[in-house]
Design a protein around this ligand. Structure first.
Ligand code: HEC
Length: 93
């Protein structure tokens, strides 16, 4: 019984990481919890703070080099394939 509970909580913990790639990829380390940044250098990304921000486009532009920022050009490739999941998460923040 105890083992079953341990496995169940491990699966739940993994699920929450997958459901929130923004934290899993370390984005919140700069952009703040929920994409609400307290540091002016790092823009807020939460929908409530940035209603007009197109997160998917910004990430693709950083990946392709169409938009140049040394930090984000290094970070954006890590978000490959998860751009929409990140945008969906931020849309709820
Ligand atoms: C080491 C700090 C750092 C980390 C970690 C980081 N970013 Fe950024 N991010 C920045 C900075 C600085 C900018 C501003 C770049 C600019 O305006 O050119 C930025 C800009 C952005 C923008 C564009 C915002 C706008 O106003 O147009 C998006 C979207 C973004 N980051 C998403 C992410 C995602 C998703 C992750 C995780 C995969 C991430 N960032 C991780 C520092 C970081």
């Amino acid at each position: 019984m105890r083992k079953v509970l341990l496995v169940a909580s491990a699966v739940l913990a993994m699920g929450s990481v997958q459901a929130n790639p923004f934290d899993a990829l370390g984005c919140s380390g700069c952009h703040g919890a929920g994409g609400k940044s307290a540091i002016p250098t790092y823009p807020s990304l939460a929908k409530s703070a940035r209603p007009d921000l197109d997160v998917v486009k910004a990430l693709k532009d950083f990946q392709s080099g169409a938009r140049v920022d040394p930090t984000m050009n290094a970070m954006a490739p890590m978000a490959a394939g998860q751009e929409q999941a990140i945008a969906d998460y931020l849309a709820g923040q």
